[in-house]
Ligand binder design. Structure first.
Ligand code: OOG
Ligand code: MG
Length: 255
């Protein structure tokens, strides 16, 4: 059934809240990119009405590994809220999610308001601190399958994130070797340069995109640069550990 932008937003928000998957929107309603981002904004509005606060932004499909895994080849962005944040070493309750996956990321904490497109040379001056991170994504669509517009409308599968210890802004985030182990076994290995050649480029991109969109990034906001490797399904009982050379470890338990 064809749905309005508001109805789609409510459908996706409901699916996220109740851990129940829905059919891809693109099967019944054609959204263009602008409409897909409108759906995302409206679904976030629902979250804000329930008391969730915007805590930052994320980029998606910034690495070839992710583009190839999901068959989508354009950069996307979504919004993070305080409710999505899990402490390092904390626990994710599997039954609250549909089919969650984990992926290793680089995180930035913003130190100074960003309200314009920044160059690679400029972004350093806006960073408070940097860290290794794990992102949990949980597409609200059946079988984790979507078109570009579908995934944007679904807030880019955003569900949860875990940040490692914050390090000084000048700690290198490029050329960081990283490894993700699940239950003590190596699951993914990679290098942070898989993210747009240098994760700092993700900050350049989000500054440009949000400036065009008329939205500022406030001090304290977290930016997830995008996964450096493919994402991996997680199960109750899993112990996940990300190791980032020079940035330390990030841990999550799944219950
Ligand atoms: C979309 C989210 C992509 C990333 O880091 O590339 C993303 C998805 O794969 O479900 O978060
Ligand atoms: Mg991600």
């Amino acid at each position: 059934m064809k749905q309005s932008i508001q109805e789609i937003a409510n459908t996706l928000d409901h699916a996220a809240q109740h851990a129940s998957s829905v059919e891809q929107i693109s099967k019944t309603t054609q959204l263009d990119l602008k409409a897909a981002y409108e759906v995302q904004a409206l679904s976030l509005k629902n979250r804000h009405q329930r008391g969730e606060k915007l805590s930052g932004f994320k980029l998606g499909f910034t690495s070839r590994a992710k583009m190839e895994q999901m068959g989508v080849h354009d950069l996307i962005w979504g919004r993070l809220t305080d409710k999505m944040h899990i402490e390092n070493g904390g626990t994710l309750i599997r039954k609250n999610y549909i089919h969650p996956r984990v992926e290793p990321e680089i995180a930035f904490k913003i130190g100074k308001r960003i309200d314009k497109a920044l160059s690679l040379d400029e972004v350093a001056g806006y960073i408070d601190s940097v860290a290794g991170a794990l992102e949990i994504i949980d597409s609200r669509y059946e079988n984790f399958k979507f078109s570009l517009e579908d995934v944007i409308a679904d807030n880019c599968s955003s569900t949860a994130y875990i940040i490692g210890e914050w390090h000084a802004a000048d700690t290198p985030v490029n050329n960081v070797n990283l490894q993700m182990n699940i239950n003590g076994e190596e699951s993914q290995t990679g290098n942070s340069n898989a993210i747009l050649g240098n994760p700092l480029e993700s900050l350049v991109e989000i500054s440009r995109i949000l400036a065009e969109y008329g939205e500022a990034i406030e001090p304290g906001a977290v930016i997830l640069a995008g996964a450096a490797t493919s994402a991996v399904y997680i199960n109750a009982g899993d112990k996940i550990e990300g190791t980032f050379d020079g940035l330390g470890k990030v841990n999550l338990l799944v219950d």
